[in-house]
Design a protein around this ligand. Structure first.
Ligand code: KG4
Ligand code: ZN
Length: 341
């Protein structure tokens, strides 16, 4: 009997019906890109309202596509942390209501852990133990993952997440939201050595923390000279934009690959699992592959469509179902990330 998984942590409303063997019976994602585009970023209030409009139709859609009746479900899983409070509340309220109406148990999913678990859907063997690396719009964190439920935080960004840096630099280059995929497409036409950008914290081999806000500011100064912030007034030549996109992307990816390698060295773990929106980036995927081959470490990266937010990665809920780890209907959201994972 499958589970229904719901995901509303940020700006995608998603649902999926997933069987015990992780077979996906139905899945859908309703993106809010159109809504947030003119603000160059997610507006939390608008995101919550859009989830409210979409949650019932999307659950209805996956239930119909899976040709299941509510009584066929084992449980209802929902991401309860971390994320935008209003967005999380819509998903949790919907899941609780369905649990009451359909008399099903609730499973609370950690969104960051689910991003790593998306790798399990690309691997026939268990991905545990592994070094888990989440590279998304909200998080850039390294974890020692002993099992699906036993995680230790090793380090991560001390300021912006890497996806956030991609998105902010994309705004400077006049690209649409969300900027990451647009920036990496533009970078294909640029020279990655055109601009000398910093690799913050990479030289520090004593810690696994990362930082992206200085890199983002360095881009700003190189583009404006004076640090002037009104990028809409800036008339940048197409080649300058492509060169900056390529140089920034290379610097950001150098930072990620470098710290992932240091974490492998320090932990002795023999498998690296990478998830989150930025893991869809082709240059990052290629560079991680080369680094892992060099170190004889196995690499699992979620399929690109399972890197960005989706409900299929809610398959991690099966691990909790198997341990009888259900949530009370009294459970609240947890907007911030608990460092322990
Ligand atoms: O995992 P995700 O969908 O949402 C969060 O949990 O944050 O990640 C979204 C982030 C955005 O910052 C987006 O620009 C970035 O992932 N992203 C990419 C690419 N595809 C998505 N960044 C770089 N290259 C890509 N191909
Ligand atoms: Zn996410």
């Amino acid at each position: 009997m499958p589970i229904l998984a719901i995901e509303t942590t940020c700006d995608e409303t998603a649902a999926a019906v997933i069987d015990r063997d992780r077979q996906v019976l139905a899945a859908a994602v309703a993106s809010q890109e159109q809504i947030h585009q003119r603000f160059h970023g997610v507006v939390p209030e608008l995101a919550a309202r859009a989830h409210l409009e979409r949650i019932v139709p999307i659950v209805d859609k996956v239930m119909r596509e899976s040709q299941l009746a509510p009584q066929d479900l084992t449980a209802i899983a929902v991401a309860t942390q971390p994320g935008l409070p209003g967005s999380l509340l819509v998903g949790l309220a919907a899941a609780k209501a369905l649990c009451v109406a359909w008399r099903k148990p609730l499973v609370a999913v950690n969104h960051v852990q689910a991003h790593i678990y998306a790798c399990q859907l690309a691997s026939a063997d268990s991905i545990f133990p592994c070094l888990g690396f989440v590279v998304s719009g909200g998080h850039t964190n390294l974890y020692r993952c002993q099992s699906a439920e036993d995680w230790d935080y090793l380090g991560g960004t001390i300021d912006d997440a890497v996806g956030e840096a991609f998105d902010k630099v994309a705004v400077m280059l006049g690209l649409p939201y969300p900027g990451g995929p647009h920036l990496s497409r533009l970078a294909e036409q640029g020279n990655e050595q055109a601009y000398d950008l910093p690799r913050p914290m990479v030289a520090d081999r004593t810690q696994l923390n990362l930082s992206f806000s200085g890199l983002k500011t360095a881009v700003r100064y190189q583009l404006t000279g004076t640090g002037k912030q009104d990028f809409s007034q800036l008339q940048l030549d197409d080649q300058i934009k492509a060169d900056m996109a390529a140089s920034f992307q290379r610097a950001a990816i150098d930072c990620l690959v470098n710290k992932a390698e240091l974490a492998l060295q320090q932990t002795g773990l023999e498998r690296l699992c990478v998830g989150g929106g930025v893991a869809a980036n082709q240059l990052l995927r290629g560079e991680l592959r080369q680094m892992c081959e060099r170190r004889s470490v196995s690499l699992v990266i979620a399929d690109p469509e399972l890197c960005t937010d989706n409900a299929v990665m809610g398959a991690i809920a099966w691990e909790q179902v198997q341990r009888g780890n259900f949530a009370s209907l009294e459970i609240d959201i947890q907007a911030g990330l608990l460092r322990g994972g």
